[in-house]
Design a binder for this molecule. Structure first.
Ligand SMILES: [Mg+2]
Length: 224
C-alpha cells in the first residue's frame, strides 16, 4: 500500500496525446525545421548545465551559437516562435479520455493535484481548458532546471507541502518523468502502451481509468 498525499502531472504528451499536437504543429514545424532542430539540441544540452544562473539567458546564448546570431536575436526568436507561435498549436487540442474525471476523483479523495512541465504552463493550461483545477502549477524553466533534474520534483513537494515519497508523479517520458521523479524519491506512473524493461515506475498505464482505479484502490489516503 502506498501512502499518497498528492499527484503531480506532466502536461505535454501526458494530459493530451502528442500525436494530436504533432498533427496541428505540422505546418509550423515545416516552416521552422532548422530552428526546431537547433532548439531541440539546445534543450537537450541545457539539461546537463549545472549550476545555471539565468536559464533564459543561457538558452538564448546556446541557440545564438547554434544559429550564428546574437543572443538578443536568439531570445527574440525563442519568445516569438517557440513561446508564442508554437504554443498556439495546442490550443484546444483534445485531452486524453478521462483526464478531467481523474483529476476530479483525486481531488475528491483528498489528494492534492499539480502540474509541472518543461514549458510555460499557465497559458497552456488555459488553452487546454484545465486552468483552475490545480493546487499548484509551474514550469521547470522558472527554476532554471528542466526534468530530469531534481529541482522541479523537489519544488513540487515543497508546494504540496509533503515528502517526495507521498507523491505520485505521472508522465509519458520514461527518461525525464519516471527516472526524474523516482530519483527525487517519488513514485512514478508511466503513461505508455507497455512497460519499459525493468521499469522503475510503480504503474504503467495507457488509459486514465486504469490510473484512477489503481490510485484510489492502492493509495492509503492520509488526508482523510
Ligand atoms: Mg511529456
Amino acid at each position: 500500500m502506498l501512502a499518497l498525499k498528492a499527484v503531480g502531472f506532466d502536461i505535454d504528451g501526458t494530459l493530451y496525446p502528442n500525436s494530436k499536437m504533432y498533427l496541428r504543429s505540422f505546418g509550423f514545424v515545416v516552416r521552422n525545421l532548422g530552428l526546431m532542430r537547433r532548439f531541440r539540441r539546445v534543450r537537450r544540452s541545457i539539461r546537463s548545465v549545472r549550476p545555471i544562473e539565468d536559464f533564459y539567458r543561457v538558452q538564448a546564448e546556446l541557440l545564438g551559437v547554434e544559429m550564428a546570431i546574437s543572443t538578443a536575436d536568439a531570445e527574440r526568436i525563442i519568445n516569438e516562435r517557440i513561446y508564442t507561435e508554437w504554443e498556439q498549436v495546442i490550443n484546444h487540442v483534445p485531452l486524453y479520455d478521462g483526464v478531467v474525471e481523474t483529476v476530479e476523483a483525486f481531488r475528491s479523495a483528498g489528494l492534492k493535484v499539480g502540474v509541472t512541465s518543461d514549458f510555460p504552463v499557465n497559458r497552456k493550461l488555459g488553452m487546454l481548458g484545465l486552468d483552475g483545477c490545480w493546487d499548484c502549477a509551474f514550469s521547470s524553466e522558472e527554476l532554471g532546471y528542466l526534468k530530469p533534474n531534481p529541482e522541479p520534483f523537489l519544488e513540487l513537494a515543497r508546494r504540496f507541502d509533503c515528502r517526495p515519497d507521498e507523491i505520485l508523479y505521472v508522465g509519458n517520458s520514461y527518461k525525464y518523468d519516471v527516472v526524474g521523479a523516482v530519483s527525487a524519491g517519488m513514485h512514478a506512473a508511466h503513461l505508455a502502451r507497455s512497460p519499459v524493461k525493468n521499469s522503475r515506475a510503480i504503474l504503467t498505464f495507457s488509459r486514465y481509468s486504469t490510473l484512477r482505479t489503481w490510485v484510489l484502490e492502492n493509495a492509503v489516503l492520509k488526508t482523510r
